[in-house]
Design a protein around this ligand. Sequence first.
Ligand SMILES: [Zn+2]
Length: 123
Amino acid sequence: MTPEYVWEHITTRGDEAVEPSVALMRHWFRVLNTAEFGTALPTPKFQVYEDFDAKECGWCECDENSLLIRVNAPFNRERGQFLATMMHEMLHLMQYGLTGDMGHDEWFNDRAMFLSYKYGVDV
Ligand SMILES: [Zn+2]
């Protein structure tokens, strides 16, 4: 899948309702890993949770034994937002692989801003 495919999808269907699920996360992980990460990211475990009080849309939890991406369902029931959250957490996964660290530092923010601009969503 190409960046054009992702862009087209977000442009035409970004406002649609979506129900986050592990299957949906797995699907879009594969698509985005190909379109944006040169299939370089290792496949993590996926998890959907519900925390209305949390401030975060998602979470990436990595250590030497496991890689996990979580999506907070209540804040990702719109397709464009769901995909933005996936890209955000996948950037953290890439960051962890490269630096062993995760955070919203300059490296992260540069790439998040690039993806936000490219796809018109808030990564
Ligand atoms: Zn983050």
